[in-house]
Design a protein. Structure first.
Length: 218
């Protein structure tokens, strides 16, 4: 999603101007979903100030995308070590994201649901079951390094699905299947060992991990 909504008003308004042309091109290409992530806090804005700003700005983005039959996915970032340096915490759980999406209210905004952030937030299978399949725009699937406390985990140190079993991929995917989610699922491991493999072996390892995870769906 190309609009700069995280910074000051000027870059937001300037990048928003270019969105209709980009959205038209995406529509011609058959794209129906785009996504972005939210910074889980601010050094200057309180939760309520940040909430209002995000609702207004992302609402404007969503309206443009809706004109081109595109849905917008928003990902909450729940990693504690990413949130701690920021003075004022912001949306970092599924429940808070649902509140923000309801406030935006355009009807074409949903969640980018990442198993890492689901786990980091303390969200659960019952939380997923509160959703309908079409309320999720995209799914990211990862595992966490073993032997590190949850609150000490780093956002950019992850593993392929089922690499360690720290995150219950089977329960996560089974819940998504139960609510009828029918969109894309991708791995997002941020793994240095995977990067070191080279493109073809890394793709093969990722495909194998995704298939292994999918086989756990009950």
């Amino acid at each position: 999603m190309t609009v700069e909504f995280r910074r000051d008003e000027t870059p937001f308004t300037e990048t928003l101007k270019g969105l209709p042309k980009i959205a038209a091109g995406l529509q011609r290409a058959g794209v129906t979903r785009v996504g972005t992530w939210l910074t889980p806090g601010s050094g200057t804005l309180t939760y309520l100030q940040n909430f209002r700003q995000h609702a207004r700005r992302l609402g404007e983005v969503a309206k443009v995308l809706k004109d081109h039959q595109i849905r917008l996915g928003l990902e909450y970032v729940a990693t504690k070590t990413s949130r701690d340096p920021l003075k004022y915490p912001f949306v970092h759980t599924m429940a808070e994201m649902k509140d923000l999406i309801a406030e935006i209210g355009t009807g074409n905004v949903g969640i980018v649901l990442d198993s890492w952030h689901w786990w980091q937030a303390g969200d659960s299978v019952p939380d997923i079951l509160t959703l309908k399949g079409d309320q999720i725009i995209q799914v990211h699937l990862n595992d966490a390094p073993a032997g590190i406390a949850k609150e000490a985990q780093l956002d950019n140190h992850r593993e392929l699905p089922l690499a360690t079993g720290v995150i219950d991929a089977g329960a996560f995917l089974t819940a998504l299947n139960q609510i009828g989610y029918d969109g894309p699922v991708c791995a997002e491991p941020f793994s240095q060992s995977l990067k070191a493999m080279g493109a073809e072996p890394a793709c093969a390892a990722t495909i194998a991990a995704l298939k292994k995870a999918a086989a756990l769906i009950r």
